[in-house]
Write a protein that binds this ligand. Structure first.
Ligand code: CO
Length: 153
């Protein structure tokens, strides 16, 4: 495993739409393992493949609960309800914080690293994280979803 460099806001790789994963092979597993190590090192809640320079529909989420790191390949939000205005940041936008508008509940359908489809319900922070990471796969940064930026003291 290896820690990868996290791409920062301003790099155009973060504004591109990612292509679906077609091969569930050892190259994918290596990338996922590296992303997990990179996320843990950065102490983050989620990381998407474009943030380490890969334009593929892959992201991981870890809100620190019993699920551990959730790997999402070709994820789609198939259901969402409610809304929340959580505080949000992004590993690609150091020092930038704001309140965003996110769904309170989401159901995501995705593939695991072996190519098996699964569905996952999420609420609050995990729903926010799924929404944030899937946005990355469409080239959307959280700053586009901010309703109010938080000024640093
Ligand atoms: Co982010």
């Amino acid at each position: 495993m290896a820690i990868r460099e996290i791409v920062k806001q301003g790099d155009e790789v973060l504004n591109k739409k990612c292509r679906p994963v077609e091969k569930f092979d050892s190259k994918l597993w290596k990338l996922l393992d590296d992303m997990k190590e990179t996320l843990a090192d950065a102490n983050g809640v989620g990381l998407a493949a474009p943030q380490v320079g890969f334009l593929r529909r892959i992201c991981i989420v870890d809100v620190g609960d019993e699920d551990g790191v959730i790997e999402l390949i070709n994820p789609e939000i198939i259901k969402q309800s409610g809304s929340q205005r959580p505080q949000e940041g992004c590993l690609s936008c150091p020092g930038v914080w704001g309140y965003t508008e996110r769904p309170m509940n989401v159901t995501v359908r995705a593939y695991d690293r072996n190519g098996n489809v699964f569905e996952k319900d999420a609420t609050e922070l995990k729903a926010q994280a799924f929404s944030h990471e899937i946005d990355h796969l469409d080239g959307i940064l959280f700053t586009e979803k901010v309703v109010e930026f938080i000024e640093e003291e």
